[in-house]
Design a binder for this molecule. Structure first.
Ligand code: ZN
Length: 111
C-alpha cells in the first residue's frame, strides 16, 4: 500500500513538473522517481503528450515525444546540478569570505 501512495504522490506532481513549478526538493525526488519507475514515467509521458505534444502539433511543428520529454528531464537534471554547485559555492563562500563572493558573482554572471 505504501508503494502505491508513493506513485500517487509523484503522479500528482506531474502537472507541476511540466509547468516547471516544482521546488528543488520535490524536483529532486520527482526526477529520481520517474527515472526508476516505469509506471510513473508512463503517466508522465501521457500527460506530456496531452499538454505539450498537442500544442506543438497544432502549431504544425514536427514533434518527437520521447526526445522532447527526455530534454525536459535533462534540463531538470541540469537545474538540480547547478543548484547543488551553487549550494557548495555558497558554503565555500561563507568559509572564505568576501573574495569568494566576488568570484561567485562573476561566475553567476558568466553562467
Ligand atoms: Zn512510481
Amino acid at each position: 500500500m505504501k508503494e502505491i501512495d508513493a506513485h500517487i504522490r509523484f503522479q500528482k506532481l506531474i502537472p507541476k513538473f511540466l509547468a516547471d513549478e516544482l521546488n528543488y526538493k520535490n524536483l529532486t525526488a520527482f526526477v529520481k522517481h520517474v527515472r526508476t519507475c516505469p509506471e510513473c514515467m508512463e503517466e508522465l509521458t501521457i500527460q506530456y503528450l496531452v499538454g505539450e505534444g498537442i500544442n506543438r502539433l497544432e502549431e504544425g511543428e514536427s514533434f518527437d515525444l520521447h526526445e522532447g520529454l527526455e530534454e525536459k528531464l535533462e534540463a531538470a537534471d541540469d537545474r538540480l546540478l547547478l543548484h547543488r554547485i551553487m549550494q557548495t559555492l555558497i558554503i565555500t563562500a561563507e568559509a572564505l569570505g568576501v573574495a569568494a563572493v566576488v568570484i561567485i558573482a562573476v561566475m553567476v554572471f558568466v553562467l
